[in-house]
Design a protein around this ligand. Structure first.
Ligand code: CTP
Length: 397
């Protein structure tokens, strides 16, 4: 009974895949969950509430009020009751309403009142799925921290072949089980993540920086948050956004600001993952006014910044984990091992600038994780989201 005592709100919208939601409800119940179905008016055109309520043993919720007797169905109570909201199938219209807060039916009001994580399984015709509006809405939902189960490719109700089929109920069940088992490990853990570059000011308009985009650190923050951790994300200057309620973001600019923010929060953390590309040096002096052209050579003296990782390594208690990153261009493994010792890390994530598709400007990364005993695990080139998942699986194994 992998889902014993779990309360799941199963939202069903108007797609032919709604018939699969009956099997899904049955599988969730067999795995031990209590399931409350919320269905849109058009969902009821595809599958009857009688079938669904017979499977779940609970009346299906669809309207705001029960006709004639004035009973109000509380989406707020459902939002408090649930451990998970699963919306399967989610049509293009439902995705659009979720992304934009158009709360004109019980499913969307329940979604907007939801305190629990939300998993969404889209289903639609291939052209609707490929439309930029759908892509944009899915990106918005991801930024809200919702988990999207990519639809499968195959023959669709239109008889066209392409991507848009709702994932099979057995696979959705496996994902839900996996979600809860991962949550049980990270739930309520406090995790500090540093991300992005730092800017070291030269004068009011210039700085010394680096090419870090912050994507790896933000993917880590999102993955930890989705798994139930309370994340403090100390971010250097990046153009990325996060909306997940489990993420507290502290924006900083320089290495010194990042150091101060990290040192302050670390004592209350269970783990710190230091993904930021921190500048090792800063200009010895910062000019008050813009430096003017003139003369042949401008010398800027640099002084070393504090090493955040090494400082946290000194502060680290036995029950805290410290994970660092190393971006190397040569002698990768021996340099990474030296950093583990020097900074008192538990693991180091090694990325090499020599791997195609890995590094600052890409959405993909190729890493190896090395522990204190020098044991190394190599991973394939993957999306930064998948890499984040691998790093967290290894850290909390
Ligand atoms: N790091 C840090 N503070 C610094 C420099 C680095 O916290 N001032 C962290 C990084 O976030 C990373 C790890 O230390 O997790 C290794 O960073 P890296 O730049 O590879 O190491 P350095 O010690 O700066 O060594 P070098 O640049 O000489 O390779």
């Amino acid at each position: 009974m992998t889902l014993k005592n779990k309360h799941i709100v199963l939202g069903i919208s108007g797609s032919i895949a709604a018939y699969k939601a009956a099997s899904l409800a049955r599988l969730l119940i067999k795995a031990g969950a209590e399931v409350q179905i919320v269905i849109t008016p058009s969902g009821k055109e595809f599958i009857t509430p009688v079938t669904l309520s017979t499977l779940t043993g609970k009346p299906v919720v669809s309207e705001f009020f029960t006709a004639n007797d004035g009973t109000w169905h509380s989406h707020v109570d459902l939002g408090q009751w649930a451990d998970l909201m699963l919306i399967a199938p989610a049509t293009a219209s439902t995705l659009g309403k979720m992304a934009n807060g158009i709360a004109d039916n019980m499913l969307i009001t329940t979604y907007m009142s939801m305190k629990a994580p939300v998993i969404v399984a889209p289903a639609m015709d291939l052209d609707m799925f490929a439309h930029p509006a759908t892509t944009k809405n899915l990106d918005i939902l991801r930024s809200y921290g919702n988990i999207i189960i990519e639809p499968a490719s195959g023959e669709l109700a239109s008889h066209l072949i392409g991507k848009g089929r709702m994932e099979e109920p057995e696979n959705i069940l496996a994902l839900v089980e996996d979600f809860f088992s991962k949550q049980s490990i990270l739930s309520k853990k406090k995790i500090l993540i540093t991300a992005g570059p730092t800017y070291e000011k030269i004068d009011p308009v210039r700085f010394i920086g680096n090419y870090s985009s912050g994507k790896m650190g933000f993917s880590l923050a999102e993955e930890c948050a989705v798994r139930g951790a309370e994340v403090t994300l100390v971010a250097g200057p990046v153009s990325l956004k996060v909306n997940h309620p489990n993420i507290t973001r502290i924006d900083v600019e320089s290495a010194e600001e990042m150091y101060n923010a990290s040192i302050k929060v670390f004592p209350s953390m269970d783990t710190a993952i230091l993904c930021a590309a921190v500048a090792d040096f800063r200009p010895a002096e910062q000019y008050e006014e813009k430096v003017k052209r003139g003369g042949d050579i401008l010398n800027i003296s640099l002084v070393p910044n504090k090493d955040i990782a090494a400082s946290l390594g000194k502060m680290k208690k036995a029950n805290q984990l410290l994970v660092g990153f190393a971006l190397e261009t040569n002698d990768e493994e021996s340099n990474a091992l030296k950093k583990i010792v020097k900074k008192n890390l538990d693991f180091i994530v090694l990325n090499s600038l020599n791997d195609a598709g890995a590094g600052f400007k890409y959405d993909t990364n190729k890493i190896a994780i090395i522990n204190r005993n020098g044991e190394r695990i190599d991973f394939a080139l993957k999306s930064k989201k998948e890499v984040a998942s691998d790093i967290i699986d290894e850290t909390f194994r």
